[in-house]
Design a protein around this ligand. Structure first.
Ligand SMILES: [Zn+2]
Length: 275
């Protein structure tokens, strides 16, 4: 699933093509992806609205319109791209939404597995209101992270995946952050000492920032809006590297299942009782 770096890359890629454009109409053939409003109201509510600002919150893509916000979650296989009306794109066979723009271009939402979600609402808080802080925001300080860690029970890996704890981290960047921090994924969150808390904070931000620098990870469906893959996967320490030597110590990377999720670690760099 696209995570913060992939979604940020999509937003940055779409912004020049969408900013200031007017959505003149919408076509869709899979209303189950539309959470609200009711499908019979959707086209009438969105038509004629200009796209004022495109931004990201967690893994959500938000387009502020004149009197509502269009929100899209890519989930497993969602792709967004803007092309001329008549253009064919390799993602078109899975397109379920076409937003017609006022310049003979379309914003298309392609989603093979149809798990993606689309919302149109005057109150984006209905969708994003329960998300935790943005991990790369200036106001997400080490002190604030430590405050949020306090009293949190349970293992680190599922905590990092909890969008209400910190927004935007998924399976890939959780594994990368924990490796960078030298912490095992089953470590209890409330057992970290001050140094480990700081290492985890820095590692989360570094893993995500590196992912953005390389324009996201194309390990499966994710593509940038221009159709090309990201390169973040070429810079992973552990994710998807099962059996390959650790880039720091040479120990083979291991794959575990934690909370039902595939998890990659270096057993030497992330020992069970590290710290
Ligand atoms: Zn290692």
């Amino acid at each position: 699933m696209p995570e913060l770096p992939e979604v940020e890359t999509v937003v940055r890629g779409l912004r020049p093509a969408l900013s200031g454009r007017v959505i003149t109409g919408v076509w869709l053939d899979w209303p189950n992806c539309l959470v609200f409003p009711p499908v019979e109201d959707f086209a009438a509510q969105i038509a004629g609205q200009a796209i004022r600002h495109l931004w990201r919150r967690g893994k959500y893509i938000l387009a502020d319109l004149d009197s509502a916000t269009l929100i899209i979650h890519l989930k497993m296989t969602g792709r967004l791209y803007v092309v001329p009306d008549a253009a064919h794109n390799e993602g078109d066979r899975w397109v379920h939404f076409r937003f017609q723009l006022d310049n003979a271009h379309q914003l298309r939402f392609s989603d093979a597995r149809k798990f993606g979600r689309v919302y149109l609402t005057p109150d984006p808080g209905l969708v994003i209101g329960r998300l935790g802080p943005e991990p790369l925001a200036d106001d997400f300080t080490l002190d604030r992270f430590v405050e949020r860690l306090a009293g949190r029970r349970g293992a680190l890996k599922p905590l990092l995946l909890d969008q209400a704890f910190v927004a935007g981290i998924g399976n890939i960047y959780a594994d990368e952050a924990l490796f960078r921090a030298g912490l095992p994924p089953r470590r209890e969150a409330d057992s970290l000492n001050t140094d480990e808390q700081a290492r985890l904070y820095d590692s989360i931000r570094a893993a995500l920032a590196t992912g953005i620098d390389h324009e996201g990870a194309s390990v499966n469906w994710y593509r940038k809006p221009d159709g090309t893959p990201g390169e973040s996967q070429e810079h992973f320490y552990v994710y998807g590297r099962t059996g390959q030597p650790c880039l720091r110590c040479g120990t083979p990377i291991e794959r575990l299942i934690i909370g039902g999720r595939s998890t990659h670690i270096c057993p030497a760099c992330q020992p069970p009782h590290s710290g």
